[in-house]
Design a binder for this molecule. Structure first.
Ligand code: AMP
Length: 396
């Protein structure tokens, strides 16, 4: 298989699909450039090795063709600043103008194409649109992990036009390696910490992970459905009554597979969904009628931390409580600290899924863990055991 490292980019025009879907303020300034920085190593590798880079991305969700709010032109000067190379801009991602711009490129140059989603054919995965995009370059690199679960023209279908000359970018490679490390390594024990609001949204991941993990820690809002299923009183805590039987069968499955399943034993409750609500810590199975659990308690923190700190592989998806409220962030913070400690002792730790990434960033600990995934939905689908079209298209 071709990789960035073994491919000869000399005089080649590389079409690179990146995820430059960055937030812009009202004046169209980029408010968080993490995604641009994440794709820079791949772009720089191409231009430093004799190639030129044609960059494709989407930005936002334009409905009916071109819209200034979603134009990639707003990214040109920042990309120039970061790459230290003049960035040409093509007002359309296909057609004669794009062709002319790309034909004129010399090695070491960058051209940013306008938003691929200005053409409705992009999200439809249209074959002829993908072919037009493909005609602009000599090889194709997919470095957009965040959209790898979508069979769109520029993320998946385009690859059919490059039988050999297609490969992953560094970001994509790093994501896949980290996920594979967690899912297919024989390092033990492997602990998955799953939290967040709902059992229903995490069910497919739990069902796949239960075949692989040694320890499964369940915290956050979803834990109360398990506690209720086991006969506990959960007061006004978050619950999914339709999933009580599911919670019971997950516990039975864990038992059969000899997976240690840990639920919180105590909880920090509030009399309202409010950071300043009156807080009290109670046994999680006996939450008074008017109260709701918004975080795990100290005994649970200790229980979970001991398991986490003795793990060799750790996957964390979903907070242990309402970490956005400073008075109810302790459980999530303690899990994050335990992950950091385990990492310092040599464990490999992967953090992913929107809110756990937000939490680890809030606690300034993202540099202290092994890998923080950039792809929310894509990462979840990978963990669910699904084949991601963007990955499949490069491998086949
Ligand atoms: P998810 O997107 O499913 O990972 O859910 C993340 C959200 O779950 C965060 O916004 C948390 O505030 C919320 N959450 C975590 N624990 C609780 C809880 N005990 N009660 C209500 N919401 C919670």
């Amino acid at each position: 298989m071709k990789t960035l490292e073994n491919y000869n980019f000399q005089n080649k025009k590389a079409l690179i699909r990146v995820d430059f879907n960055v937030p812009l303020d009202a004046e169209k300034n980029i408010t968080d450039d993490t995604r641009i920085r994440a794709a820079l190593p791949t772009i720089q590798h191409v231009i430093n090795n004799g190639g030129s880079a044609i960059i494709m991305s989407h930005l936002g969700r334009p409905k009916n063709g071109p819209e200034n709010d979603f134009s990639l032109i707003h990214l040109v000067s920042h990309l120039e600043k970061l790459s230290k190379v003049k960035v040409h801009f093509s007002e359309d991602c296909i057609g004669e103008k794009a062709k002319l711009k790309c034909n004129l490129m010399k090695p070491g140059e960058i051209t940013l194409l306008e938003n691929v989603r200005f053409h409705k054919e992009e999200t439809k995965g249209d074959l002829s649109f993908a072919k037009k995009l493909a005609s602009l370059g000599d090889c194709y690199i997919n470095d957009a992990f965040g959209t790898a679960h979508r069979a769109h023209a520029s993320t998946t279908v385009i690859a059919r036009n490059f039988s050999e000359d297609k490969m992953f970018g560094f970001l994509m490679e790093g994501e896949i390696k980290s996920l594979e490390k967690v899912l297919n390594s024989d390092k033990k024990p492997l602990t998955a910490i799953i939290g967040g609001a709902k059992v229903s949204s995490k069910l497919p991941i739990i069902e796949n992970l239960i075949n692989k993990v040694d320890n499964l820690i369940i915290g956050g809002g979803m834990a109360y459905t398990f506690i209720k299923a086991n006969g506990g009183n959960i007061g006004k805590s978050l619950v999914e009554n339709d999933f009580l039987n599911t919670a019971t069968s997950i516990q039975e499955l864990a038992k059969n597979k000899k997976v240690n399943l840990y639920l919180p034993i105590d909880t920090a409750t509030a009399d309202a969904f409010d950071n300043n609500a009156t807080k009290s810590v109670v046994n999680i199975e006996n939450i008074p009628a008017g109260l709701m659990g918004l975080d795990i308690g100290e005994k649970s923190e200790k229980l979970f931390s001991d398991v986490i700190e003795n793990s060799k592989l750790i996957l964390w998806n979903g907070p242990m409580g309402v970490f956005e409220f400073s008075n109810f962030e302790n459980g999530t913070k303690s899990a994050a600290n335990a992950i950091v400690k385990a990492t310092q002792k040599g464990a490999f730790s992967l953090i992913g899924g929107g809110d756990s990434v937000a939490a680890i960033n809030k606690f300034n600990l993202s540099k202290e863990v092994s890998y923080v995934s950039t792809g929310g939905g894509a990462m979840l689908e990978y963990l669910e055991g699904k084949t991601l079209p963007g990955i499949h298209a490069i491998l086949n």
